[in-house]
Design a binder for this molecule. Structure first.
Ligand code: FES
Ligand code: FES
Length: 159
């Protein structure tokens, strides 16, 4: 099957088995290793990407489901530079081994698009599907709060 989709702002066309898993298409056939495979069964969130702006677990998607879509990984999340969530994760110590970070970043970025001024409880709930074995989550939540503030300021500056 010929698959055509946009990946991190670049058009991709590949001739692949439509039954491949999307995480393998991205990592092995496109060379984009931002999505990680932690569990392969939809439980850890490490493989999360945005598909047409919605958070999707790429380990549970088939290659055919990428066709015609716009896919954004943590690699392309901020466009030319890091996204405010990624900056805040780095600044606030929300990254230790980094394995969960790409999934956390895309999930938090999508959440903040819809919830620009969330409570800590809302942030924690939004990230409940992203498992982190290192940070204890506190610094990740700090970072997402910080990112929300950065994004509100950016938006305010654009008015
Ligand atoms: S690898 Fe997809 S949810 Fe864990
Ligand atoms: S920073 Fe290591 S799993 Fe989250």
């Amino acid at each position: 099957m010929i698959l055509s989709f946009t990946l991190d702002g670049e058009p991709r066309t590949l001739d692949l088995d439509p039954g491949l898993r999307a995480v393998d298409v991205l990592r092995e056939h496109c060379g984009v290793t931002a999505p990680k495979e932690g569990c392969g069964t939809g439980e850890c969130g490490a493989c999360a990407v945005l598909v047409d702006g919605e958070v999707r677990l790429s380990c549970l998607m088939l290659a055919a489901q990428l066709d015609g879509r716009t896919v954004t990984t943590a690699r392309g999340l901020g466009g030319a530079g890091p996204h405010p969530v990624q900056e805040a994760l780095a600044d606030r110590g929300g990254v230790q081994c980094g394995f969960c970070t790409p999934g956390v970043a895309v999930t938090a970025a999508a959440f903040l698009e819809r919830h620009p001024d969330p409570t800590r409880a809302e942030i924690r709930d939004a990230l409940s599907g992203n498992l982190c074995r290192c940070t204890g989550y506190h610094k990740i939540v700090d970072a997402v709060e910080d990112a929300a503030e950065r994004m509100r300021k950016e938006r305010g500056g654009r008015k």
